[in-house]
Design a protein around this ligand. Sequence first.
Ligand code: UD1
Ligand code: CA
Length: 463
Amino acid sequence: MTQIATVILAAGQGTRMRSKLPKVLHPLAGQAMAAYPLQVANQVGSTRSVVVVGHGAEAVEEALRPFGADFVLQRQQLGTGHALLAAREALTGFNGTLLLLCGDVPLLREETVRALLEQHRRQQATVSVLTATLENPFGYGRIVRRGDEVVRIVEEKDATAAERELTEINTGIYAFEAPSVFELLAHVDRDNAQGEYYLTDSVAAARAAGLRVCACLIEDPREAMGINDRVQLAEAEAVLRRRINQSLMRSGVTIIDPETTYIDATVEIGTDTVIQPGSCLRGGCIIGRDCSVGPHAVITDSRLADRVNIKAGCVVSEARIGNDTDVGPMAHLRPGTVLAGENKIGNFVETKKAEVGLGSKASHLTYLGDCELGKGVNIGCGTITCNYDGVNKHRTVIEDDVFVGSDTQFVAPVTIGRNSLIGAGSTITKDVPADALAISRAEQKNIAGWSARKRKKRQKGEG
Ligand code: UD1
Ligand code: CA
């Protein structure tokens, strides 16, 4: 089978984004825009991707390196043809089909690229261009045909009035035969309205050399939408989000209101899990089966096992949550929270670097930071681990089956032995041995009649 390699153009500045971030790194559904074409390339069996970088090269390389791409620098952006030629050396010795994608065209689907490659192969073409028919083709290169044959592509700025009437446009996506395409481009000049080396001129060049050119019409032109500003960025985001939600629903996830549910492309969710409105699932979340999330929960880079219930208004970041656990409403699970399972973390509870054993509970108004809880621990309302002395953080260890009364402060470092009980309202500054009762509060004093005397004084106008 013919080898496939991919070149992704990403050297342009993207001025209209008005951003310090290079255009192709703007995130869409949690991933850099340019990650999408890279993924499509991998999906269609491309064995190598070369990204042509220019503006913001260093940042682009750093962000895209994890996708297994190579990079070539196009120092000056002298046009799309010049950009592909920049990849020539990196592809020395490559003999096969060269897929050309753009870093700023994120909606292109695998199926569409497969259709282009399939037609390219069947027709034994040297140049195949993906085209679309647009009601308003302004700004795009137009496909000039004679009969069925594609003769050339003319840019808006170089087109005659008659050519501007053409509605079939160049999407900027191609399949080429390499190394032939590099030969063709080497002879293309920059004698045009923009003084650029046009990749589109490869079409006329191929025909002049007696090589076959073909055009593959895309079904849904929105797929070829290039992102130039933040309005288009939001449009693309909406399309991607809808695709992600639909694919999850088809795989067995219930999404009550897909229009207000924001799930990143990188999130995995198990069957029969229900996502309530207004929820955001971001980054590398892995959510198990039979869970319930939201409404209005924000979960980032976290792992939920099965039958986990994240109630309204929770924020969960870099946490791991075991089976059959209830969280919230309005709980904040911060990085390093590890719940073993069968836990209850109730309303207005904040956890950070907290390892919580099986079946342990903190049902209300609590801060658990830098701590380790054993199994079966019950944390009373208003408990606080005082983990910070202003300079360093210290740990609180609470062993199995400890019962902590309400309004307790643990001044860390401190260890509470198993099966012990902490009296409500205690400030615990010393370790507690196993099986003990610890209580640290001033003894209660009742002053008989005090309130009545006060009331009388007030009535006499004295108090
Ligand atoms: C190009 C096509 C046009 C097509 C349109 C589709 C040419 C001459 N024209 O026009 O027919 O309808 O795309 O969107 O090819 N880039 C580089 N280096 C450069 C120039 C561009 O890497 O020197 C990259 C850009 O970052 C971008 C892509 O190539 O990702 C397309 O460049 P752009 O300037 O947007 O091309 P258009 O003028 O829109
Ligand atoms: Ca463009």
